[in-house]
Ligand binder design. Structure first.
Ligand code: SAJ
Length: 455
Protein backbone atom coordinates (compact mmCIF):
# COMPACT_ATOMS: atom_id res chain seq x y z
CA UNK A 1 0.00 0.00 0.00
CA UNK A 2 1.71 3.18 -1.07
CA UNK A 3 1.61 6.06 1.36
CA UNK A 4 -1.31 7.81 -0.31
CA UNK A 5 -3.79 4.93 -0.57
CA UNK A 6 -6.45 4.02 1.94
CA UNK A 7 -6.61 0.40 3.06
CA UNK A 8 -9.81 -1.59 2.85
CA UNK A 9 -9.42 -2.53 6.49
CA UNK A 10 -11.91 -0.54 8.60
CA UNK A 11 -10.27 0.63 11.79
CA UNK A 12 -12.76 2.10 14.18
CA UNK A 13 -11.25 3.82 17.13
CA UNK A 14 -13.10 5.14 20.10
CA UNK A 15 -10.93 7.74 21.61
CA UNK A 16 -11.04 10.35 24.26
CA UNK A 17 -7.95 12.49 24.70
CA UNK A 18 -6.46 12.53 28.19
CA UNK A 19 -6.54 15.77 30.21
CA UNK A 20 -9.36 17.11 28.12
CA UNK A 21 -12.02 19.09 29.85
CA UNK A 22 -15.56 18.01 29.14
CA UNK A 23 -17.27 20.87 27.40
CA UNK A 24 -21.02 21.06 27.31
CA UNK A 25 -22.15 19.38 24.12
CA UNK A 26 -24.88 21.31 22.29
CA UNK A 27 -28.18 19.45 22.35
CA UNK A 28 -28.30 17.00 19.50
CA UNK A 29 -32.02 17.48 18.93
CA UNK A 30 -31.41 19.04 15.48
CA UNK A 31 -30.00 16.31 13.25
CA UNK A 32 -26.69 17.68 12.05
CA UNK A 33 -24.88 16.50 8.96
CA UNK A 34 -22.43 13.67 9.27
CA UNK A 35 -19.04 15.16 8.47
CA UNK A 36 -16.12 13.24 6.99
CA UNK A 37 -12.70 14.85 7.35
CA UNK A 38 -10.12 13.47 4.94
CA UNK A 39 -6.64 13.98 6.38
CA UNK A 40 -6.19 14.22 10.17
CA UNK A 41 -3.13 16.46 10.31
CA UNK A 42 -2.55 19.99 11.59
CA UNK A 43 -5.64 21.16 9.75
CA UNK A 44 -7.94 18.15 9.63
CA UNK A 45 -7.74 16.89 13.20
CA UNK A 46 -8.61 20.19 14.91
CA UNK A 47 -11.43 20.57 12.36
CA UNK A 48 -12.74 17.06 13.11
CA UNK A 49 -12.59 17.73 16.85
CA UNK A 50 -14.45 21.02 16.46
CA UNK A 51 -17.17 19.46 14.29
CA UNK A 52 -17.56 16.73 16.93
CA UNK A 53 -17.78 19.33 19.68
CA UNK A 54 -20.53 21.07 17.71
CA UNK A 55 -22.55 17.86 17.67
CA UNK A 56 -21.83 16.43 14.23
CA UNK A 57 -21.17 12.74 13.78
CA UNK A 58 -17.56 12.88 12.56
CA UNK A 59 -15.66 10.37 10.51
CA UNK A 60 -11.91 10.91 10.21
CA UNK A 61 -9.95 9.40 7.33
CA UNK A 62 -6.19 9.11 7.28
CA UNK A 63 -3.52 6.89 5.80
CA UNK A 64 -1.02 7.63 8.58
CA UNK A 65 -0.95 4.42 10.63
CA UNK A 66 1.27 5.90 13.35
CA UNK A 67 -1.12 8.83 13.78
CA UNK A 68 -4.04 6.39 14.13
CA UNK A 69 -1.96 4.45 16.67
CA UNK A 70 -1.31 7.72 18.54
CA UNK A 71 -5.03 8.38 18.63
CA UNK A 72 -5.79 4.77 19.60
CA UNK A 73 -3.62 5.15 22.69
CA UNK A 74 -5.51 8.34 23.48
CA UNK A 75 -2.34 10.39 22.96
CA UNK A 76 -3.07 13.66 21.28
CA UNK A 77 -0.46 14.17 18.55
CA UNK A 78 2.21 16.77 19.38
CA UNK A 79 0.66 19.42 17.18
CA UNK A 80 -2.54 19.25 19.21
CA UNK A 81 -0.68 19.27 22.52
CA UNK A 82 1.19 22.38 21.32
CA UNK A 83 -2.02 24.36 21.44
CA UNK A 84 -2.35 24.53 25.18
CA UNK A 85 -5.39 26.82 25.16
CA UNK A 86 -7.31 24.34 23.05
CA UNK A 87 -10.18 22.70 24.86
CA UNK A 88 -11.54 19.64 23.22
CA UNK A 89 -14.66 17.88 24.32
CA UNK A 90 -14.38 14.25 25.21
CA UNK A 91 -15.50 12.83 21.96
CA UNK A 92 -15.71 9.87 19.73
CA UNK A 93 -14.55 10.24 16.20
CA UNK A 94 -14.71 7.28 13.89
CA UNK A 95 -11.13 7.31 12.58
CA UNK A 96 -11.02 5.11 9.52
CA UNK A 97 -8.63 4.08 6.80
CA UNK A 98 -11.31 2.67 4.49
CA UNK A 99 -12.47 5.51 2.23
CA UNK A 100 -15.88 3.94 1.42
CA UNK A 101 -17.11 5.24 4.76
CA UNK A 102 -17.52 8.73 3.23
CA UNK A 103 -20.73 7.38 1.66
CA UNK A 104 -22.29 7.97 5.08
CA UNK A 105 -21.35 11.69 5.17
CA UNK A 106 -23.36 14.64 3.90
CA UNK A 107 -20.31 16.94 4.14
CA UNK A 108 -16.82 15.76 3.13
CA UNK A 109 -13.88 18.06 3.85
CA UNK A 110 -10.49 17.35 2.28
CA UNK A 111 -7.51 18.60 4.30
CA UNK A 112 -4.50 16.79 2.91
CA UNK A 113 -1.06 18.40 2.45
CA UNK A 114 -0.10 20.18 -0.76
CA UNK A 115 3.70 20.24 -0.56
CA UNK A 116 6.28 20.95 -3.24
CA UNK A 117 8.94 18.67 -4.70
CA UNK A 118 12.66 19.29 -4.20
CA UNK A 119 12.60 21.45 -7.34
CA UNK A 120 9.81 23.55 -5.78
CA UNK A 121 7.19 22.42 -8.28
CA UNK A 122 3.76 21.66 -6.76
CA UNK A 123 3.15 18.10 -5.55
CA UNK A 124 -0.59 17.51 -5.91
CA UNK A 125 -0.20 13.75 -5.51
CA UNK A 126 -1.56 13.52 -1.93
CA UNK A 127 -4.60 15.63 -2.86
CA UNK A 128 -5.30 13.77 -6.10
CA UNK A 129 -4.87 10.40 -4.37
CA UNK A 130 -7.27 11.38 -1.58
CA UNK A 131 -9.85 12.67 -4.07
CA UNK A 132 -9.52 9.53 -6.17
CA UNK A 133 -9.98 7.36 -3.07
CA UNK A 134 -13.19 9.03 -1.90
CA UNK A 135 -14.76 9.84 -5.31
CA UNK A 136 -16.51 6.48 -5.88
CA UNK A 137 -18.22 6.72 -2.46
CA UNK A 138 -19.55 10.28 -2.66
CA UNK A 139 -23.36 10.10 -2.65
CA UNK A 140 -25.74 12.41 -4.51
CA UNK A 141 -26.44 15.56 -2.52
CA UNK A 142 -23.09 15.57 -0.75
CA UNK A 143 -21.14 18.79 -0.23
CA UNK A 144 -17.43 18.30 -0.86
CA UNK A 145 -15.16 21.06 0.45
CA UNK A 146 -11.45 21.33 -0.34
CA UNK A 147 -9.50 23.03 2.47
CA UNK A 148 -6.06 22.13 1.17
CA UNK A 149 -4.13 25.11 -0.17
CA UNK A 150 -4.10 25.04 -3.97
CA UNK A 151 -3.49 27.47 -6.81
CA UNK A 152 -6.36 28.85 -8.88
CA UNK A 153 -7.89 26.23 -11.15
CA UNK A 154 -6.94 23.08 -9.23
CA UNK A 155 -10.37 22.65 -7.62
CA UNK A 156 -12.47 23.21 -10.71
CA UNK A 157 -10.19 21.80 -13.41
CA UNK A 158 -8.68 18.78 -11.62
CA UNK A 159 -10.65 17.74 -8.53
CA UNK A 160 -14.27 18.46 -9.49
CA UNK A 161 -14.17 16.39 -12.73
CA UNK A 162 -12.75 13.44 -10.76
CA UNK A 163 -15.64 13.63 -8.30
CA UNK A 164 -18.29 13.95 -11.02
CA UNK A 165 -16.93 11.18 -13.22
CA UNK A 166 -16.46 8.54 -10.52
CA UNK A 167 -20.14 8.39 -9.62
CA UNK A 168 -21.94 10.16 -12.45
CA UNK A 169 -22.62 13.19 -10.26
CA UNK A 170 -23.40 16.62 -11.68
CA UNK A 171 -22.09 19.86 -10.17
CA UNK A 172 -24.72 21.94 -8.40
CA UNK A 173 -27.37 19.30 -9.09
CA UNK A 174 -26.22 16.10 -7.37
CA UNK A 175 -22.80 17.31 -6.21
CA UNK A 176 -22.16 20.47 -4.17
CA UNK A 177 -18.53 21.61 -4.34
CA UNK A 178 -16.62 24.41 -2.60
CA UNK A 179 -13.18 25.60 -1.54
CA UNK A 180 -12.48 27.06 1.89
CA UNK A 181 -8.71 27.53 2.18
CA UNK A 182 -7.43 26.54 5.61
CA UNK A 183 -6.06 29.24 7.87
CA UNK A 184 -4.25 28.10 10.95
CA UNK A 185 -1.47 29.65 12.96
CA UNK A 186 0.05 26.95 15.16
CA UNK A 187 1.05 28.19 18.59
CA UNK A 188 -0.87 31.46 18.25
CA UNK A 189 -2.49 32.25 21.62
CA UNK A 190 -5.09 34.54 20.03
CA UNK A 191 -6.11 33.19 16.64
CA UNK A 192 -7.41 29.63 16.42
CA UNK A 193 -9.58 27.51 14.17
CA UNK A 194 -12.80 28.81 15.67
CA UNK A 195 -12.17 32.54 15.44
CA UNK A 196 -10.09 33.03 12.29
CA UNK A 197 -12.28 34.53 9.54
CA UNK A 198 -12.55 32.40 6.39
CA UNK A 199 -13.36 32.81 2.71
CA UNK A 200 -15.47 30.35 0.73
CA UNK A 201 -15.72 29.97 -3.03
CA UNK A 202 -17.98 27.46 -4.77
CA UNK A 203 -18.95 26.05 -8.11
CA UNK A 204 -22.42 27.60 -7.94
CA UNK A 205 -24.90 29.36 -5.66
CA UNK A 206 -26.37 26.19 -4.09
CA UNK A 207 -22.88 24.99 -3.18
CA UNK A 208 -21.87 28.42 -1.93
CA UNK A 209 -24.94 28.72 0.27
CA UNK A 210 -24.54 25.29 1.84
CA UNK A 211 -20.79 25.73 2.41
CA UNK A 212 -21.16 29.23 3.82
CA UNK A 213 -23.91 28.07 6.18
CA UNK A 214 -21.85 25.08 7.27
CA UNK A 215 -18.87 27.23 8.29
CA UNK A 216 -21.06 29.95 9.79
CA UNK A 217 -22.50 27.32 12.15
CA UNK A 218 -19.19 25.58 12.80
CA UNK A 219 -17.03 28.64 13.47
CA UNK A 220 -17.41 31.79 15.52
CA UNK A 221 -15.90 33.95 12.79
CA UNK A 222 -17.01 35.92 9.74
CA UNK A 223 -17.30 33.82 6.57
CA UNK A 224 -16.82 35.75 3.33
CA UNK A 225 -18.42 34.24 0.23
CA UNK A 226 -16.28 34.79 -2.86
CA UNK A 227 -17.67 35.24 -6.35
CA UNK A 228 -15.80 32.26 -7.76
CA UNK A 229 -13.92 29.25 -6.51
CA UNK A 230 -10.78 30.56 -8.23
CA UNK A 231 -10.99 33.75 -6.21
CA UNK A 232 -11.01 31.68 -3.01
CA UNK A 233 -7.96 29.71 -4.17
CA UNK A 234 -6.23 33.00 -5.07
CA UNK A 235 -6.95 34.55 -1.64
CA UNK A 236 -4.77 32.00 0.12
CA UNK A 237 -2.00 32.33 -2.44
CA UNK A 238 -2.04 36.12 -2.03
CA UNK A 239 -2.12 36.22 1.77
CA UNK A 240 0.80 33.85 2.12
CA UNK A 241 2.84 35.34 -0.72
CA UNK A 242 2.28 38.72 0.90
CA UNK A 243 3.87 37.37 4.07
CA UNK A 244 6.76 35.75 2.22
CA UNK A 245 7.72 38.89 0.28
CA UNK A 246 7.46 41.09 3.36
CA UNK A 247 9.75 38.77 5.27
CA UNK A 248 12.13 38.75 2.29
CA UNK A 249 12.07 42.55 2.32
CA UNK A 250 13.30 42.75 5.93
CA UNK A 251 15.72 39.89 5.39
CA UNK A 252 17.32 41.79 2.53
CA UNK A 253 17.43 44.93 4.68
CA UNK A 254 19.08 42.86 7.43
CA UNK A 255 21.84 41.75 5.08
CA UNK A 256 22.32 45.33 3.92
CA UNK A 257 22.26 46.87 7.40
CA UNK A 258 24.68 44.22 8.68
CA UNK A 259 27.25 45.93 6.44
CA UNK A 260 26.08 49.42 7.43
CA UNK A 261 26.26 48.62 11.13
CA UNK A 262 22.65 49.68 11.62
CA UNK A 263 20.31 47.64 13.84
CA UNK A 264 17.48 46.63 11.48
CA UNK A 265 15.23 45.55 14.37
CA UNK A 266 15.47 49.01 15.91
CA UNK A 267 14.69 50.56 12.54
CA UNK A 268 11.63 48.31 12.03
CA UNK A 269 10.37 49.22 15.50
CA UNK A 270 10.89 52.88 14.59
CA UNK A 271 9.03 52.47 11.30
CA UNK A 272 6.23 50.73 13.22
CA UNK A 273 5.44 53.98 15.01
CA UNK A 274 3.84 55.06 11.76
CA UNK A 275 0.14 54.36 12.44
CA UNK A 276 -0.65 53.60 8.81
CA UNK A 277 0.97 52.21 5.71
CA UNK A 278 3.56 50.03 7.47
CA UNK A 279 3.25 46.43 8.69
CA UNK A 280 6.26 45.11 10.67
CA UNK A 281 7.92 41.85 9.77
CA UNK A 282 11.21 40.72 11.27
CA UNK A 283 14.37 39.23 9.78
CA UNK A 284 15.57 35.82 10.85
CA UNK A 285 17.52 32.73 9.96
CA UNK A 286 14.89 31.76 7.39
CA UNK A 287 11.25 31.01 6.62
CA UNK A 288 9.80 27.60 7.46
CA UNK A 289 6.49 25.87 7.86
CA UNK A 290 4.07 24.10 5.55
CA UNK A 291 2.63 27.30 4.11
CA UNK A 292 4.70 30.45 3.69
CA UNK A 293 7.74 28.93 1.97
CA UNK A 294 5.52 26.64 -0.12
CA UNK A 295 2.43 28.48 -1.32
CA UNK A 296 4.17 31.09 -3.50
CA UNK A 297 5.60 28.26 -5.62
CA UNK A 298 2.03 27.14 -6.42
CA UNK A 299 1.18 30.58 -7.72
CA UNK A 300 4.49 30.85 -9.61
CA UNK A 301 3.83 27.50 -11.31
CA UNK A 302 0.21 28.25 -12.20
CA UNK A 303 1.04 31.69 -13.61
CA UNK A 304 3.94 30.22 -15.60
CA UNK A 305 1.55 27.70 -17.16
CA UNK A 306 -0.48 30.70 -18.29
CA UNK A 307 2.46 32.67 -19.59
CA UNK A 308 3.26 35.00 -16.69
CA UNK A 309 6.62 35.10 -14.86
CA UNK A 310 6.37 36.03 -11.17
CA UNK A 311 9.86 37.55 -10.90
CA UNK A 312 9.17 39.27 -7.57
CA UNK A 313 7.81 36.15 -5.86
CA UNK A 314 10.82 34.20 -7.08
CA UNK A 315 13.30 36.77 -5.78
CA UNK A 316 11.56 36.73 -2.38
CA UNK A 317 11.79 32.94 -2.23
CA UNK A 318 15.50 33.11 -3.13
CA UNK A 319 16.20 35.71 -0.43
CA UNK A 320 14.39 33.74 2.26
CA UNK A 321 15.89 30.42 1.20
CA UNK A 322 19.35 32.05 1.38
CA UNK A 323 19.09 33.12 5.03
CA UNK A 324 20.49 29.91 6.57
CA UNK A 325 23.59 30.23 4.38
CA UNK A 326 23.86 33.93 5.22
CA UNK A 327 23.78 33.07 8.93
CA UNK A 328 26.41 30.32 8.59
CA UNK A 329 28.66 32.71 6.65
CA UNK A 330 28.36 35.29 9.44
CA UNK A 331 29.39 32.62 11.94
CA UNK A 332 32.24 31.40 9.72
CA UNK A 333 33.67 34.93 9.53
CA UNK A 334 33.31 35.44 13.30
CA UNK A 335 35.05 32.14 14.03
CA UNK A 336 37.83 33.02 11.59
CA UNK A 337 38.41 36.29 13.46
CA UNK A 338 39.04 34.18 16.55
CA UNK A 339 41.43 31.93 14.66
CA UNK A 340 38.92 29.08 14.43
CA UNK A 341 38.11 27.58 11.04
CA UNK A 342 34.60 26.31 10.37
CA UNK A 343 36.03 22.98 9.25
CA UNK A 344 35.97 20.82 12.37
CA UNK A 345 34.57 23.66 14.45
CA UNK A 346 32.06 22.46 17.05
CA UNK A 347 28.74 24.28 16.78
CA UNK A 348 25.58 23.81 18.84
CA UNK A 349 22.23 24.52 17.14
CA UNK A 350 19.36 25.26 19.52
CA UNK A 351 15.90 24.82 18.02
CA UNK A 352 14.79 22.55 15.18
CA UNK A 353 11.17 23.74 14.81
CA UNK A 354 10.34 26.35 12.19
CA UNK A 355 8.84 28.70 14.77
CA UNK A 356 8.60 29.11 18.53
CA UNK A 357 6.92 26.81 21.03
CA UNK A 358 5.78 24.17 18.55
CA UNK A 359 7.32 20.89 17.39
CA UNK A 360 6.80 21.21 13.62
CA UNK A 361 10.07 21.01 11.69
CA UNK A 362 8.64 21.10 8.17
CA UNK A 363 10.75 23.29 5.88
CA UNK A 364 12.50 24.45 9.04
CA UNK A 365 15.43 26.86 8.46
CA UNK A 366 17.14 25.10 11.39
CA UNK A 367 17.52 21.96 9.30
CA UNK A 368 18.92 23.93 6.38
CA UNK A 369 21.33 25.69 8.74
CA UNK A 370 22.55 22.33 10.06
CA UNK A 371 23.06 21.07 6.51
CA UNK A 372 25.02 24.23 5.68
CA UNK A 373 27.22 23.84 8.79
CA UNK A 374 27.93 20.20 7.97
CA UNK A 375 28.69 21.12 4.36
CA UNK A 376 31.31 23.49 5.74
CA UNK A 377 32.79 20.65 7.80
CA UNK A 378 31.54 21.69 11.24
CA UNK A 379 30.59 19.17 13.94
CA UNK A 380 27.01 19.96 15.00
CA UNK A 381 25.16 19.19 18.21
CA UNK A 382 21.43 19.99 18.36
CA UNK A 383 18.74 20.41 20.99
CA UNK A 384 15.05 21.28 20.72
CA UNK A 385 12.83 20.74 23.78
CA UNK A 386 9.83 20.15 21.51
CA UNK A 387 11.56 17.48 19.47
CA UNK A 388 13.92 15.62 21.82
CA UNK A 389 13.72 12.59 19.57
CA UNK A 390 15.29 14.58 16.74
CA UNK A 391 17.99 16.20 18.93
CA UNK A 392 21.52 14.87 19.38
CA UNK A 393 21.79 16.40 22.87
CA UNK A 394 19.51 15.95 25.86
CA UNK A 395 19.51 19.57 27.04
CA UNK A 396 20.84 23.03 26.26
CA UNK A 397 23.78 22.44 28.57
CA UNK A 398 24.49 19.12 26.90
CA UNK A 399 24.42 20.73 23.43
CA UNK A 400 26.77 23.53 24.59
CA UNK A 401 29.30 21.09 26.08
CA UNK A 402 32.39 21.21 23.91
CA UNK A 403 30.88 23.75 21.50
CA UNK A 404 32.89 26.76 20.35
CA UNK A 405 29.81 28.54 19.02
CA UNK A 406 26.03 28.30 19.34
CA UNK A 407 23.27 29.21 16.88
CA UNK A 408 19.83 29.91 18.31
CA UNK A 409 17.70 28.91 15.33
CA UNK A 410 14.23 28.90 16.97
CA UNK A 411 12.90 31.43 19.47
CA UNK A 412 11.39 28.91 21.90
CA UNK A 413 10.52 30.58 25.20
CA UNK A 414 12.78 28.07 26.96
CA UNK A 415 15.85 29.56 25.23
CA UNK A 416 15.24 32.96 26.81
CA UNK A 417 17.13 31.65 29.85
CA UNK A 418 20.31 31.31 27.80
CA UNK A 419 22.86 33.45 29.68
CA UNK A 420 26.39 34.68 29.14
CA UNK A 421 27.37 32.69 32.24
CA UNK A 422 26.14 29.44 30.68
CA UNK A 423 28.22 30.14 27.59
CA UNK A 424 31.31 31.21 29.57
CA UNK A 425 31.08 28.12 31.77
CA UNK A 426 31.17 26.02 28.60
CA UNK A 427 33.81 28.24 26.98
CA UNK A 428 31.44 29.01 24.08
CA UNK A 429 32.90 32.06 22.38
CA UNK A 430 30.21 33.07 19.88
CA UNK A 431 26.42 33.15 19.86
CA UNK A 432 24.46 33.69 16.64
CA UNK A 433 20.90 34.73 17.49
CA UNK A 434 18.97 33.60 14.41
CA UNK A 435 15.74 35.15 15.69
CA UNK A 436 17.15 38.36 17.18
CA UNK A 437 15.38 37.52 20.39
CA UNK A 438 18.18 37.69 22.98
CA UNK A 439 19.62 40.88 24.45
CA UNK A 440 22.91 41.51 22.62
CA UNK A 441 24.46 43.46 25.51
CA UNK A 442 23.99 40.52 27.93
CA UNK A 443 26.65 38.69 25.95
CA UNK A 444 28.90 41.42 24.56
CA UNK A 445 29.28 42.88 28.07
CA UNK A 446 30.78 39.56 29.14
CA UNK A 447 33.16 39.35 26.20
CA UNK A 448 31.09 36.90 24.18
CA UNK A 449 30.64 37.70 20.50
CA UNK A 450 26.92 38.11 19.75
CA UNK A 451 25.81 38.12 16.13
CA UNK A 452 22.25 38.98 15.19
CA UNK A 453 20.54 38.88 11.81
CA UNK A 454 20.85 42.49 10.75
CA UNK A 455 22.00 43.69 14.15
N1 SAJ B 1 8.91 34.59 9.98
C1 SAJ B 1 9.95 35.51 9.86
N2 SAJ B 1 9.69 36.84 10.04
C2 SAJ B 1 8.42 37.28 10.34
C3 SAJ B 1 7.38 36.33 10.45
C4 SAJ B 1 7.64 34.99 10.28
O1 SAJ B 1 11.10 35.15 9.60
O2 SAJ B 1 8.23 38.49 10.52
C5 SAJ B 1 9.18 33.18 9.76
C6 SAJ B 1 8.81 32.31 10.95
O3 SAJ B 1 9.91 32.19 11.84
C7 SAJ B 1 8.49 30.97 10.28
C8 SAJ B 1 7.91 31.38 8.93
O4 SAJ B 1 8.34 32.73 8.70
O5 SAJ B 1 9.65 30.21 10.07
C9 SAJ B 1 6.39 31.30 8.86
O6 SAJ B 1 5.91 32.04 9.94
P1 SAJ B 1 4.33 32.20 10.21
O7 SAJ B 1 4.17 32.97 11.47
O8 SAJ B 1 3.63 32.68 9.01
O9 SAJ B 1 3.95 30.70 10.56
P2 SAJ B 1 2.96 29.62 9.94
O10 SAJ B 1 3.41 29.25 8.58
O11 SAJ B 1 2.78 28.55 10.94
O12 SAJ B 1 1.52 30.30 9.91
C10 SAJ B 1 1.11 30.89 8.80
C11 SAJ B 1 0.06 31.89 9.25
N3 SAJ B 1 0.76 32.88 10.07
C12 SAJ B 1 0.45 34.16 10.23
O13 SAJ B 1 -0.31 34.74 9.46
C13 SAJ B 1 1.03 34.88 11.39
C14 SAJ B 1 -0.54 32.36 8.05
O14 SAJ B 1 0.44 32.92 7.23
C15 SAJ B 1 -1.32 31.23 7.45
O15 SAJ B 1 -2.66 31.36 7.91
C16 SAJ B 1 -0.83 29.88 7.87
O16 SAJ B 1 0.54 29.91 7.91
C17 SAJ B 1 -1.37 28.88 6.86
O17 SAJ B 1 -1.93 27.89 7.30
O18 SAJ B 1 -1.30 29.16 5.67
Amino acid sequence: MDKYTYSKRPVTIRRSFQNLRKIHQPSKSVKLDTVAVVGLGYVGLPLALLADKKGHRVIGLDTNESLLKDLQTHTAPAFIEGEDEVQYALHEIEARTDSQIVSEAQVVIVCVPTPVFEDHTPDLEPLIAATKAIAPSIQAGTLVIIESTVSPGVCEDILLPMLEKANGLVREKTLLFAHCPERINPGDPKWNLSNIPRVVGAVGLRSLKKATNFYSELLDAPIRPMRTIREAEAVKMVENSFRDINIAFVNELAMSFQTLGIDIVGVIKGASTKPFGFMPHYPGIGVGGHCIPVDPYYLIAEAKKNGFNHKFLKVARRVNNGMPKFAVTLLKNALHKKGIEMKNARVAVLGLAYKKNISDTRESPSLKTIQELQREGAEVSTFDPFTPHLSTATSVEDALTGAQAVIVATDHDQFKTLSAKMLKDKDVKIILDGKNFLEKELFTSKGITHIGIGR
